[in-house]
Design a protein around this ligand. Structure first.
Ligand code: SF4
Ligand code: SF4
Length: 68
């Protein structure tokens, strides 16, 4: 199973990563506010991740790391 991790404090909440995930499992965590004052992106249902790394590729701030 692929594993996706976020350096959440670097996230600027732009939401780009949520638009490209083919499994629609990347969401903005509206329950959390990071150091910059944004809701950071996170993954729900990690078991559905196919490790395509689309989310990591599109992130302008290198927040996301995908390991397969
Ligand atoms: S690696 Fe692919 S499937 Fe997994 S969370 Fe990122 S965009 Fe979605
Ligand atoms: S693309 Fe990067 S900066 Fe934008 S919401 Fe996703 S993780 Fe945060």
């Amino acid at each position: 199973m692929a594993r996706v991790t976020f350096r959440a404090d670097r996230c600027k909440g732009c939401g780009l990563c949520t638009t490209v995930c083919p499994k629609k499992i990347v969401i903005m965590d509206t329950e959390t506010i990071n150091e910059k004052g944004f809701h950071p992106a996170t993954v729900i249902e990690m078991e559905k991740c196919i490790g395509c790394a689309m989310c990591a590729t599109i992130c302008p701030d290198c927040v996301i790391k995908v390991e397969r």
